[in-house]
Design a protein around this ligand. Structure first.
Ligand SMILES: NC(=O)c1ccc[n+]([C@@H]2O[C@H](COP(=O)([O-])OP(=O)(O)OC[C@H]3O[C@@H](n4cnc5c(N)ncnc54)[C@H](O)[C@@H]3O)[C@@H](O)[C@H]2O)c1
Length: 249
């Protein structure tokens, strides 16, 4: 049990990667708060996880809304206790070149992917500090490291997460709070279908990846589990790239 006695909040906990993280974290002994805007899927995942591991609740969360975060944290403390792990995984992808992107599209992507991570950190941190420390794992992307021909706002939103994670690490190392980011390349998921609607294009991209395949949700879960656990206790402000060698080229 690599997360025994830990209390974890996982945002975007009903999505492709989030629901896999919920299962992995609960199976490793954490009490898990599944946080998402999708209440229907959330209740289903809550039932499944409780049946298998007995230690998860779903709570509605809109990461862009500060009062929604405050409600989530109060509920977490009341039901499980002080949170010691925060996985900020909620995110949206929208394509569009610079000329195809208007201010509203830019704002909506930045709001969920970047502001959401800032708000979550700000609201959860005081509880984590009271608990004596914790681990924040922010799900960025290889998009946070390189530019894009097709997605104008997504890459800067993920780059914001990358650098904000380092500021979190620097400001709160003294509180025993660690913060690290994860940078997956394309993962087998609905989001990938949105990015590469053409199956042939998907195959072509797959061939460009040195390890010859897209990531699977479990590849990202394993990295999140490691960063959330005490096994990574000397890591803070760092970036874990999980991309089959894509950005090494
Ligand atoms: N799928 C990929 O190929 C890939 C690659 C690199 C990084 N990522 C990142 O991984 C994370 C998870 O991606 P995924 O593929 O599981 O996507 P997904 O769409 O399956 O899951 C995203 C989840 O975020 C939730 N969400 C959206 N807006 C929200 C809001 N305002 N408040 C709370 N929850 C909200 C959605 O309801 C959904 O459950 C995202 O941050 C994404 O950018 C994905």
């Amino acid at each position: 049990m690599r997360l025994a006695n830990k209390i974890a909040i996982i945002t975007g906990g009903t999505g492709n990667l989030g629901s896999a993280q919920v299962q992995t974290f609960a199976s490793e002994g954490a009490a898990v708060v599944i946080a998402d805007i999708d209440s229907v899927k959330g209740k289903q995942i809550e039932r499944d996880t409780q049946k298998k591991f007995g230690n998860a609740i779903f709570t509605y969360l809109d990461v862009t809304n500060e009062s929604s975060w405050i409600e989530l944290v109060n509920k977490t403390v009341k039901i499980f206790g002080l949170p010691t792990i925060l996985v900020q995984n909620a995110g949206i992808y929208r394509s569009g070149t610079i000329l195809e992107t208007d201010g509203a599209k830019w704002d909506s992507i930045m709001s969920v992917n970047a502001k959401g991570v800032f708000l979550g950190t700000k609201i959860v941190l005081p509880k984590m500090i009271s608990a004596g420390g914790g681990s924040i794992v922010n799900i960025s992307s290889t998009a946070g490291i390189i530019g894009s021909k097709i997605s104008t706002a997504y890459n800067p939103s993920k780059a914001a997460v990358r650098v904000f994670t380092k500021s979190t690490a620097l400001q709160h190392a003294k509180d025993n709070v660690r913060a690290n980011s994860i940078h997956p390349g394309p993962v087998e998921s609905d989001m990938l279908t949105e990015v590469y609607p053409e199956i042939n294009l998907k195959r072509q991209r797959g061939l460009e990846i040195p390890l010859g395949r897209f990531a699977r949700p479990i590849d990202v879960c394993n990295a999140a589990l490691f960063l959330a656990s005490n096994e990574s206790s000397y890591m803070t402000g760092s970036e874990l790239v999980i991309d089959g060698g894509l950005t090494a080229q």
